[in-house]
Design a protein around this ligand. Structure first.
Ligand SMILES: Nc1ncnc2c1ncn2[C@@H]1O[C@H](COP(=O)(O)OP(=O)(O)OP(=O)(O)O)[C@@H](O)[C@H]1O
Ligand SMILES: [Mg+2]
Length: 428
């Protein structure tokens, strides 16, 4: 995908924040550009990590979430605060790399599964057909094997009962609870340990699915999957570290700050490039793209230890959202909040309609509230909407159809009476 395409895709969900969208799109494209180079050149080029800074509720995490869905690269989002814990300095920061590898394995495995699906399904259908013919009480009379398979293939016999024998893979044993390191006895002793078998009574439809996935596991070469997964994690992996501002702060006192700085120091080598061992092999972190994000309202970017700042050469600032942004956020994204409420209430036969001046008024209220109380960005819209539809949502009668039009008057009346004026109570 070209950077323009990526931005266009993000545009479907995120309003404004053009700079941030542009920078992540460029970073993604650079991955692709690098992959086209000769191995020598590739080695020299490391990603330019990004810091996204901006007030709360303006789309930082949202950009990451959408990006994750968009790219087929291994993508992991972690909260930096996960690694701080008073008393533990730098608690297993390397686990983020292991998690990334797990994501990558799932990705590669899914692809391989798709490749072998047809073959595995064929095997499953053959097996189910064999079982059914052996025990033909359920079958239509005079059906040939070929016809039977054909019927199975078309899902026409999915409802029949069947009992199948499934192999239970031995459960992996965790070496140290919580460490993520585990050992799979089955894979060490191969077939020396007899696989446990289990008889399962089910329907033909489910049986075909179960056997298909069991056969798929057999058809794909897991060692190869792991090797490919590690390669992809190393070269295409993206780690989004959210809430980095929460680990910033000068540590001139003791207490939690010590552990925060510890986490920064632990993250340092990973961002800089080091080798992390995982149960599937070693992972070099040099070419993983890191995107850090935080509100940086209490602490500043410059409160991060300088070494870490240096590893994030690209700083993007996201802007506060304005009334016009709110208007667009309310209606434009594919998952726009007004659409969500329409769909929800349609279940109860309520046809919820928003007029343009109604939307405008909601945006106005949001801007006002953000100015007078805390600025919580687009999250404000959710609390306002919840408040507006409160009565409509509550007042439903079984089976009665009605139409509710939310216009300017409806909104302003909703916010006129005193009890509702104070929106604070709707916000944690
Ligand atoms: N620019 C935007 N376009 C569309 N929706 C947005 C935008 N900004 C925020 N939102 C909506 O607001 C919600 C909160 O945004 P998000 O989680 O991205 O905040 P954030 O910037 O990560 O804030 P924090 O610093 O508190 O983590 C999202 O679920 C999203 O629906
Ligand atoms: Mg966030």
């Amino acid at each position: 995908m070209t950077p323009k395409r990526i931005v266009a895709e993000l545009e479907r969900y995120i309003i404004g924040q053009d700079k941030a969208k542009k920078m992540v799109a460029i970073a993604l494209r650079n991955r692709y550009r690098r992959s086209r180079l000769s191995p020598q050149d590739r080695e020299e080029i490391t990603p330019k990590n990004i810091i996204m800074k901006g007030p709360t509720g303006v789309g930082k995490t949202e950009i990451a979430r959408r990006l994750a869905k968009l790219v087929k690269a291994p993508f992991l989002k972690v909260e930096a605060t996960k690694y701080t814990e008073v008393g533990y300095v730098g608690r297993d920061v390397e686990s983020m790399i292991r998690d990334l590898v797990d994501v990558s394995i799932r990705l590669v495995k899914d692809e391989r599964f798709k490749e072998v699906y047809e073959k595995a399904q064929q095997i499953a259908i053959d097996k189910v057909a064999d079982i059914l013919t052996k025990n033909e009480s359920n079958l239509p009379p005079d059906i040939s094997k070929a016809q039977l398979k054909d019927e199975l293939y078309k899902h026409n016999l999915d409802h029949l009962a069947i009992s199948i024998v499934l192999e239970q893979p031995p459960k992996p044993i965790q070496l140290q609870p919580g460490s993520g390191a585990e050992i799979n006895l089955g894979s060490i002793f191969g077939n020396a340990i007899p696989k446990q078998k289990k008889i399962k009574n089910t329907t033909v439809g489910e049986a075909i699915e179960l056997i298909t996935s069991q056969e798929s596991e057999r058809l794909i070469d897991m060692d190869n999957v792991h090797a490919e997964a590690i390669k992809r994690a190393e070269n295409d992996g993206i780690i989004f570290i959210d809430e980095v501002d929460k680990i910033a702060g000068k540590s001139n006192h003791n207490g939690p700050d010590v552990s925060r700085e510890g986490v920064q120091r632990d993250i340092l080598p990973i961002v800089e490039g080091c080798t992390v061992s995982t149960k599937h092999g070693n992972v070099k972190t040099d070419y993983i793209l890191f995107i850090a994000s935080g509100a940086f309202q209490v602490s500043k970017v410059s409160d991060l230890i300088p070494e870490l700042q240096g590893r994030f050469p690209v700083l993007v600032e996201l802007n506060s959202l304005t009334k016009d942004d709110f208007v667009r956020i309310l209606v434009e994204p594919d998952n726009a909040i007004t659409t969500q409420y329409k769909k929800l209430l349609a279940v109860d036969n309520i046809d919820l309609q928003f007029t343009p001046d109604g939307i405008n008024e909601i945006a106005l209220v949001a801007e006002e509230e953000n100015a007078t109380n805390e600025d919580i960005g687009a999250r404000r819209l959710q609390s306002i909407m919840e408040h507006i539809v409160e009565d409509i949502s509550f007042d439903v009668d079984e089976g009665v159809f009605k139409t509710v039009v939310i216009d300017k008057q409806y909104v302003s009346e909703n916010f006129k009476n005193d009890k509702s004026r104070n929106l604070k109570k709707y916000i944690l």
